[in-house]
Design a protein around this ligand. Structure first.
Ligand code: SF4
Ligand code: SF4
Length: 273
């Protein structure tokens, strides 16, 4: 599998070719309402893939997070380093890391005698970098793909905006760029708001994006941006295949849970509740 697929902004030619692809393949005519590829994707058995090399995972300690009240440091840092725009619209907003009430994050896992405070507890959510990612299976262009280390990435240049992946993801982890996230003035072509991180590519209207587990930071001394920003150390990132890693030590000692385990997607984000 190609680990070097680029992320980044695309040019007008690519917009035209993406539309051409849609027409040629009939993807528009099929539409995102077609359930066939989605159902096939969810028929996975969820078995973990054994492999050499790292398998990256995140542990979220919701207890430490809850002690910080309405802290949003992880979201702010993630969105800053990845040039995620702030769009004041429930329908159009772009989200990589955000909070949901526990009962929404863990749909079907609440029960009537659960503590009321827990049902409403804001819980950090993101892409789960599933072992069996349905989003990858339904993508007709391989714009979203899984690396050998388990990270599910986007190649923006290949994305045709069909949004099959958004329908296939049972966690709502993907956002669609309904408009240019960093628009330019039509007359001067000057950026209206400059993206905060000039070293990370911006996206364009018509593509899907999501958390990338800070793939660009792996192999450097840096932790994922959200982990770095979290002062209460509620977030731990590491290699599931390394018995000495912090994530393995935590998971060996603590009772953890994952979102929607019944779907067989085998998420790589674990929660301590
Ligand atoms: S959480 Fe959603 S977007 Fe992320 S890998 Fe799983 S199915 Fe794909
Ligand atoms: S919208 Fe999603 S499924 Fe469609 S091409 Fe882009 S990444 Fe693939």
């Amino acid at each position: 599998m190609d680990e070097r697929k680029p992320e980044g902004d695309a040019v007008v030619d690519q917009e035209v070719s993406r539309r051409g692809f849609l027409t040629a393949t009939g993807a528009v005519a099929v539409g995102i309402g077609s359930g066939v590829p989605i159902l096939a994707a969810l028929a996975s058995d969820g078995a973990a893939v054994k492999q050499d090399g790292p398998r990256w995972a995140m542990v979220v300690d919701t207890r430490k997070c809850a002690e910080q009240g309405d802290c949003n440091a992880c979201t702010l840092k993630c969105h800053e380093v990845h040039n995620v725009p702030e769009i004041d619209s429930d329908r159009q907003e772009i989200k990589w890391v955000w909070k949901e009430p526990y009962k929404h994050a863990f749909l079907g896992q609440e029960q009537e005698h659960m503590r009321e405070g827990l049902k409403k507890m804001p819980t950090i959510v993101m892409c789960n970098h599933c072992e069996n990612p349905p989003c990858v299976r339904v993508c007709p262009t391989q714009a979203t793909f899984q690396r050998e280390d388990g990270i599910v990435l986007m190649d923006m240049h290949r994305c045709i905006g069909c949004r099959y992946c958004i329908v296939a993801c049972p966690y709502g982890s993907r956002s669609f760029n309904w408009k240019d996230p960093w628009p330019r003035d039509e007359e001067t072509n000057e950026a209206i708001d400059r993206p905060p991180n000039q070293e990370f590519p911006t996206r364009m209207r018509g593509v899907v994006e999501k958390c990338n587990f800070c793939a660009e930071r792996l192999g450097t001394d840096q932790k994922p941006a959200c982990v770095e920003a979290c002062e209460c150390q509620a977030l731990t990132f590491g290699d599931l295949n390394d018995p000495e890693s912090d994530v393995r030590k935590i998971l060996d000692e603590e009772l953890s849970q994952r979102r929607r385990p019944e779907l067989g997607t085998n998420p790589h984000v674990f929660y301590l509740v």
